[in-house]
Structures are given as structure tokens and as C-alpha cells.
Design a protein around this ligand. Structure first.
Ligand code: NAD
Length: 489
């Protein structure tokens, strides 16, 4: 197989680093081989980006012209949704239907930021002194780094590239080791859409080598990171040393709460989707379930029945609910957590095994698993598993419930199921999380800010502030007529 080229400052070339492969998690077959970016490639990308964002042709390009490039990228994505979804599914094993949703969301993100950059306005701020006009305007930051995880590459990469470009920056993407391909596909689309050379580079490679060197490069003026909390904390130190902004979208251990008046059927479907879609490999996976004791038994029975009916299968086959996990190592980590839950006294209500028959034996599948009999202090309730594992716990008292739901270092998201919106809103007020879903779960809108409380992150993506996060404000004072600084007289 001919190695794929990487995209460095407007040039397609073989990476100068060690060989890398992308494999299909369903059967280990090869998607592509490539060479990681070398430190020289990185330097070329950053220097090219620095020249490109300073180029007057780019600095003076009107917002609607930048927006037009993003609109063209969205058109190109929409013309090949099935193809891109298939590539995304081969890259990380997600069922095709989920990948389709991510591809469409990438197109929507490009369109949103294309429009948002046109709407962004500076301000004429009210001056204290007469005779002075003061303006506040938004300017690009310069060369920015986007470091992404493997679970939803096309969507998470677009969530950074689109606002970065809309804001007038040059962006360098470091995709995850396991999924280097979608960012390269996106680079081709931006090139085809007419993005000037140098404004986007894609540097596959190891996080500890290329990701680290990218974040530390003196010309990189912002780090936008999505990934695990441990890496996020490390990058926050790097950003602190350089005194540059870091936006961090990190891990989660999200609680879902079912109140005694909930529609149990609707709740069971939502909970099942919230934890088991993407085989639980989602930062927002609703992995801790608190159910009022009065409806605990019927709800758990419904959930177990729904979960037993989920179809584990080939990601590219219609009707598959659960695809393989990303790597054999990650599947082993999930298996160890389930074994740990058993040792801590947990009762496995369904799942809990690695499938060993048929085509499932060739890939990294793990059965969707529901565990009862543990408290929120158990390690499987405190640590992010990032797999298809749900722990169910009954509760009696709402105040105690709030304390338990908030007893986590994470604070990414929460779900509430109840037929009374007043109860839901009062509960939502008390939850220490960045997103609360009421009678739904995992719904997203690009115009609604997203990010975490506590160790789930810093800063917000999406929405207008998701664009401003890629800019810096400059204040300008203009004296009108009468001189105001005649200090020496
Ligand atoms: P990870 O932290 O291991 O890696 C993420 C990215 O960081 C990869 O590109 C990796 O190569 C890079 N990296 C690793 N070490 C680095 C270093 N020292 N310097 C610079 N870059 C480095 O995470 P992962 O396993 O790829 O992804 C799973 C995690 O991502 C989970 O914790 C999940 O919750 C989180 N996640 C969060 C969100 C969110 O929006 N909050 C979304 C998706 C995933």
C-alpha cells in the first residue's frame, strides 16, 4: 500500500517521521499507511502558518469571503456524505448511521461559523472623557494548534478548524494516533474550496512527540485540545508557561437521574442511547444512573431488555447499534473495569463479556454492560471507562441524590428524566455540569456553547463565544479634535 501524504503548509508530502498505520477496528484490516510528521515537518508547518496568517491578502479578506470558503467546504462534504461516513466508520469503527450524523454535523459547523464570522461586530465603547472615541475590535490570534481525540474525528476537527479559520487564524491539526485519516480528508476539502496555502496543516504523529512539540512551539499562540483530562492538565501547564490561552474539552462521568414521575419507557430509550451509542466511547456518555427507588425495578428491567436487544455488528452494516471499540488495548481496559466492578461486589445484570464467536471475534467488541449493587464511591463510578458500561443505583432522597451526582471530579453533562419541568429545572440548577439534558440526551446544536465544569474542561466551543475564543480583543482610542495629552505645558 502506498503511504499517504500529510499536509504541510500547503504541500502534500510524505511525513518525515516513523511509519504509522490506520486499521479498521472491526477486523484489523488496513485503512492506510503513512509516516508521522517529523519535527522538521512541524517547523515548516508552523513557519508556513505564520507567514500565511500575516499575509495582507488573508488579513484583509472580508469575513464573507472567508465564510464563502467554509460554505464551499460544507457543499463538498454534503456532496459525499456516504463516502465520508464510510471512511469515518473505517477509521474508528462507529456504526455508519452515527458517522453519517457526524459528517452532517461537520458540514453544519462549517456553515454556522461561515455565517457567524459575518455577524461578529466590534463595539464603540462609551468614553469617560469627552473628545475621545474608543473602539473594541476582535482580531485573530495567529497560529493556533488543534489537538483532537479519536472518538469523533470529523466532527471534533471541524469544531476547531471552522471557527479558527472564520476568525482569520492559521490552524495546525494534530489528529489522534488511531485516527489520522479524517483530518487529511478535511485538508483536501479545504484546499479544493480555495483556502490559501499554509492556513491549514495536518500533522499526524504521537501526542508525546508531535503534539507536545506543536503546543510548545514559540509561534503557536493558542492550544485547543479535546481529549483526556490527564493530557489536558499537561497541556494547561504548557500553556501557562507560554502564557497563551488553552481551551480544554476533557473527560466525563456523567450522571443520569430518573425521578419518580418520569415516563419510564421514554427514559429507558434515552438512557440506552446516552450510554451505549458509540459503544460508550463518548465524553458525554451517561455512565452513572440514579433512579428513584419507587421506579428502580421496572426501569432497570426495561433497560436490561432494551440492552439485550441491541445489535452488535459490523459498523458498515445497516441496523448495527454497537460497533467495535477503537483498539484491542482499549477493549482490555474496559474488560478490566468490569472485572474490578465484580471484585467490588457489583452484580452484572447483562453483558460483561468479550464476544468470541463469528465476525465479532475478529474485532474489538465488548458487550453492553449494566452493573448494579455498587455505590457511587466504586471506582467504576469515579473513573472514566469510555466504553459501554452503565452502573445503576437507586436513590430515596433528592438532596442526597444531588450530592452523589456531584460527587465526581468531572462535570461535563447530566440527564434528567421527569414529567415536571419545574422539578427538572430546580435539579438542573444544582448540578455541577456544563450541559444538562432534560427528557433527552446527547442532543447538540452548534449555536449552543459546549464545555465542562471542574476537571471536564476549560472554555467553551460552539456558539458565538466559540468564535470569539479564537480571537483577541483590541481597544483603540481615537482623540477627536481637542488634544488631551498636553502634559508638558
Ligand atoms: P488523549 O488525551 O489520550 O489524546 C488526545 C489527543 O492528545 C491525541 O491527539 C493525542 O495524540 C494527543 N496527546 C497525547 N499526549 C499529548 C501530549 N503530551 N502533548 C500533546 N498532545 C498529546 O485522549 P483520547 O484517548 O484520544 O480520547 C479520549 C478522551 O477524550 C476521553 O477522556 C474523552 O472523554 C475525551 N473527549 C472529550 C470530549 C469533550 O468535548 N469534552 C470529546 C471527545 C473526547
Amino acid at each position: 500500500m502506498t503511504p499517504l501524504e500529510i499536509f504541510v503548509a500547503g504541500q502534500w508530502r510524505l511525513g518525515g517521521g516513523e511509519p504509522m498505520v490506520s486499521t479498521f477496528p472491526a477486523d484489523g484490516s488496513l485503512n492506510g499507511t503513512l509516516h508521522a510528521a517529523s519535527l522538521e515537518d512541524l517547523d515548516d508547518a508552523v513557519n508556513g502558518a505564520d507567514r500565511a496568517w500575516r499575509d495582507p491578502a488573508w488579513r484583509q479578506m472580508l469575513p464573507h469571503q472567508r465564510g464563502r470558503i467554509l460554505q464551499r467546504v460544507a457543499d463538498l462534504i454534503e456532496q459525499q456524505v456516504d463516502d465520508l461516513a464510510c471512511q469515518q466508520s473505517r477509521d474508528n469503527g462507529k456504526p455508519l448511521q452515527e458517522s453519517r450524523g457526524l459528517v452532517m454535523s461537520a458540514a453544519g459547523t462549517a456553515r454556522y461559523f461561515a455565517s457567524a464570522c459575518e455577524l461578529l461586530e466590534g463595539e464603540i465603547t462609551t468614553p469617560r472623557q469627552p473628545g475621545v472615541m474608543t473602539l473594541s475590535r476582535y482580531e485573530p490570534i495567529g497560529v493556533v494548534a488543534a489537538i483532537t481525540p479519536w472518538n469523533s474525528p470529523i466532527a471534533s476537527e471541524m469544531q476547531k478548524i471552522a471557527p479558527a479559520i472564520a476568525a482569520g487564524n492559521a490552524v495546525i491539526v494534530k489528529p489522534a494516533e488511531a485516527t489520522p485519516l479524517m483530518a487529511l480528508v478535511l485538508a483536501r476539502l479545504f484546499e479544493q474550496a480555495g483556502l490559501p496555502a499554509g492556513l491549514l496543516s495536518v500533522l499526524p504523529g504521537k501526542g508525546a512527540i508531535i503534539g507536545d512539540a506543536l503546543a510548545r512551539h514559540p509561534l503557536v499562540r493558542k492550544i485547543s485540545f479535546t481529549g483526556g483530562t490527564r493530557t489536558g492538565r499537561y497541556l494547561a501547564h504548557v500553556a501557562a508557561e507560554k502564557l497563551i490561552p488553552a481551551s480544554l474539552e476533557l473527560g466525563g462521568k456523567s450522571p443520569t437521574i430518573v425521578l419518580d414521575d418520569a415516563d419510564l419507557d421514554q427514559a429507558a430509550h434515552g438512557i440506552c442511547y446516552g450510554i451505549f451509542s458509540s459503544a460508550g466511547q463518548a465524553c458525554i456518555a451517561g455512565s452513572r444512573l440514579f433512579v428513584h427507588r419507587s421506579c428502580y425495578q421496572p426501569l432497570v428491567e426495561k433497560l436490561v431488555a432494551l440492552t439485550r436487544g441491541l445489535r452488535l455488528g459490523h459498523p458498515l452494516e445497516a441496523g448495527t447499534h454497537i460497533g467495535p471499540l477503537i483498539t484491542p488495548e482499549h477493549r482490555e481496559s474496559v474488560r478490566r473495569y468490569v472485572a474490578m466492578a465484580r471484585e467490588e461486589g457489583g452484580e452484572i445484570l447483562c453483558g460483561g463479556q468479550v464476544p468470541t464467536t463469528g465476525e465479532l471475534a475478529r474485532g474489538n467488541w465488548f458487550e453492553p454492560t449494566i452493573i448494579a449493587g455498587l455505590t457511587n464511591k466504586a471506582r467504576v463510578c469515579q473513573e472514566e471507562i469510555f466504553g459501554p458500561v452503565l452502573v445503576v443505583m437507586p436513590f430515596d432522597d433528592e438532596q442526597h441524590l444531588v450530592a452523589e451526582a456531584n460527587d465526581s471530579v468531572y462535570g461535563l453533562a447530566a440527564g434528567i428524566w421527569t414529567t415536571r419541568s419545574d422539578r427538572a429545572l430546580m435539579l438542573a440548577d444544582q448540578l455541577e455540569v456544563g450541559t444538562v439534558w432534560i427528557n433527552t440526551y446527547k442532543q447538540f446544536s452548534v449555536s449552543t456553547p459546549f464545555g465542562g465544569f471542574k476537571e471536564s474542561g476549560l472554555g467553551r466551543e460552539k456558539g458565538i463565544q466559540g468564535l470569539k475564543a479564537w480571537m483577541q480583543q483590541k481597544s483603540v482610542y481615537l482623540a477627536l479634535g481637542n488634544p488631551v495629552n498636553r502634559w508638558c505645558e
